[in-house]
Structure formats: structure tokens, C-alpha cells
Design a protein around this ligand. Structure first.
Ligand code: ZN
Length: 274
């Protein structure tokens, strides 16, 4: 059993992250497995080395440890480029130059995670890709290529059971996802995350319930790329020791601020009900 905690170094860890990290290590311990740390630093405009150093420091302070070396996504850009080339060769990607406002005025409807891309650029061939274009996955074609989607097992408290991604919902509520970001050409989360889970042999993905719907897309991508489908555990948002949902202002406060107030790691665990 191998799981992982995969923060992005775009800021300091807050109490919500601490809860997630502690949950990852708790699930690993309960299942007799191991927790890895992965640094998801592909967003070249927002990720900073000092944030990564601060994240490592906060996690060590919480009493967490992990095997070295840590996988840092920015050191594996060739892996993501290869996966994109593979998808492009199969006719599954297209370039997109749409801005947020263009997507809005094109009549995009709200979905599970913001507006569902209405497919404006889906007819564009890859050879017309401009320097600043994003690359999107053509979901309809991808679903055709993979055939029936596999079911996945969820062991978290909120959705425990077996689930099978529904193609209609993927198309209607997620839409063609960006796999390579515009402007920077950075690999996007929906590509880098499942690829890394596959390469690192992650058997159990433990993460927040805010990513529940992304999992339906990740299972499609795993099947498409022939990567294994792990077991999932989506945890609830943080609650205090009495089971009350923690106020957002407390949950989003930096761990460093609690440390500066003299709170110790046991105090943090108590605050998040662990
Ligand atoms: Zn577009």
C-alpha cells in the first residue's frame, strides 16, 4: 500500500493542508503502508522554492516523514511531454486559445468545477497549434477509444463503495479538460497527477472531497494511458474535535501562524479532530 501527499508550493500550508497530510499518513498507518511526498510544482508562474522549503519544514514539524528522493514534477517535464505526444498521435488533443471571457460568451454552462468548455476549438488540428495555445483532451473521442470505463473503489467516508464514471456526466459536467496550459506550456494537473500516481506505484489516493469529481476524469485518463486505477479515499473538509466544520477563516490560516502563537503539533491534531 503506497499513498501520497502532493502539495503545490504556491503558498504556505494552512490548517486544511495539515488535516489532509495527517489524514494521508493516518490512512497509510492504518493500512500498513507507506506515504510519499510529491511536490506538484508544474505551475511555473506560481510555484516558488521558498514555499517548498516552508512546506517541508511544516510537515516535519507535524511529525511526518517520507522516503527520499521526493518526486518534484518540474524535474520530469519530459514524462508529461511524452504523454501529450502520445495523446496527440492518437488524435485526442486539440489546441485552444479561448480566454475565460470567450468561453463565457460562447454559452458555456456551469459544471462540477467551473464552466464546462463548450468545444469552440475542437475542430482545430494540432498542426495549427500556436505558441500560446492550451491543449485540450477531446473527451468524446477519448471515450470512444477506451470503450466501457472501469469501476473504481472508494474507501473514504463520504462516498464509500464502487463507482463507475458516467460518460454523459464527463462530457456534460466536466467537458474537454486542459492537459497543457496556455502561455507557459506547463503540463496541467489532470495530466501530471494521474501520470505521477502511475509512475510512483500509488495504490491508494487519499485527498480532499473537493477533488471527488476530478477522479471520474482521472479514471478515464488512467484507462486511456494504460495506467493502473488506484483505490481512492476522499476525505471530508476539516472539522474540529466536536465534529463541527471549522470556520473557513481558521481552516485557511497558515500553519506558521498557529506555530507562531505557540500551538504545538498535538494542538494542531486536536484542532482538526485527529
Ligand atoms: Zn478554445
Amino acid at each position: 500500500m503506497i499513498t501520497r501527499f502532493a502539495p503545490s508550493p504556491t503558498g504556505r500550508l494552512h490548517l486544511g493542508h495539515a488535516y489532509s497530510a495527517l489524514t494521508v499518513w493516518r490512512v497509510a498507518r492504518d493500512l500498513g503502508g507507506m506515504a510519499l511526498l510529491r511536490i506538484e510544482d508544474t505551475d511555473s508562474t506560481r510555484c516558488r522554492a521558498e514555499f517548498e522549503a516552508a512546506i517541508l519544514d511544516d510537515l516535519h514539524w507535524l511529525g511526518l516523514d517520507w522516503p527520499r528522493p521526493v518526486r518534484r514534477q518540474s524535474e520530469h517535464l519530459a514524462d508529461y511531454a511524452r504523454a501529450l505526444d502520445d495523446l496527440a498521435a492518437r488524435g485526442l488533443l486539440y489546441p485552444c486559445s479561448c480566454s475565460r471571457s470567450a468561453i463565457k460568451t460562447a454559452g458555456a454552462r456551469p459544471g462540477w468545477d467551473g464552466l464546462v468548455y463548450p468545444g469552440t476549438c475542437r475542430h482545430r488540428p494540432m498542426k495549427d497549434t500556436g505558441a500560446g495555445d492550451a491543449l485540450r483532451l477531446d473527451l468524446g473521442r477519448a471515450l470512444e477509444q477506451v470503450g466501457p470505463l472501469p469501476a473504481f473503489t472508494e474507501i473514504g467516508p463520504l462516498h464509500r463503495g464502487t463507482h463507475r464514471p458516467d460518460p454523459e456526466q464527463l462530457i456534460g459536467l466536466i467537458g474537454d479538460p486542459v492537459l497543457r496550459r496556455k502561455e507557459t506550456g506547463d503540463p496541467a494537473y489532470h495530466l501530471a497527477c494521474p501520470l505521477d500516481d502511475g509512475i510512483q506505484g500509488i495504490t491508494h489516493v487519499v485527498r480532499g472531497a473537493d477533488l471527488w469529481h476530478a477522479t471520474f476524469l482521472h479514471v478515464l485518463i488512467q484507462r486511456l494511458m494504460d495506467w493502473p486505477v488506484p483505490i481512492y479515499h476522499h476525505h471530508d473538509l476539516i472539522r474540529d474535535a466536536a465534529g463541527q466544520r471549522l470556520a473557513k477563516i481558521d481552516a485557511s490560516r497558515a500553519l506558521a501562524a498557529y506555530r507562531a502563537d505557540g500551538v504545538d503539533p498535538a494542538g494542531i491534531r486536536a484542532m482538526v479532530g485527529l
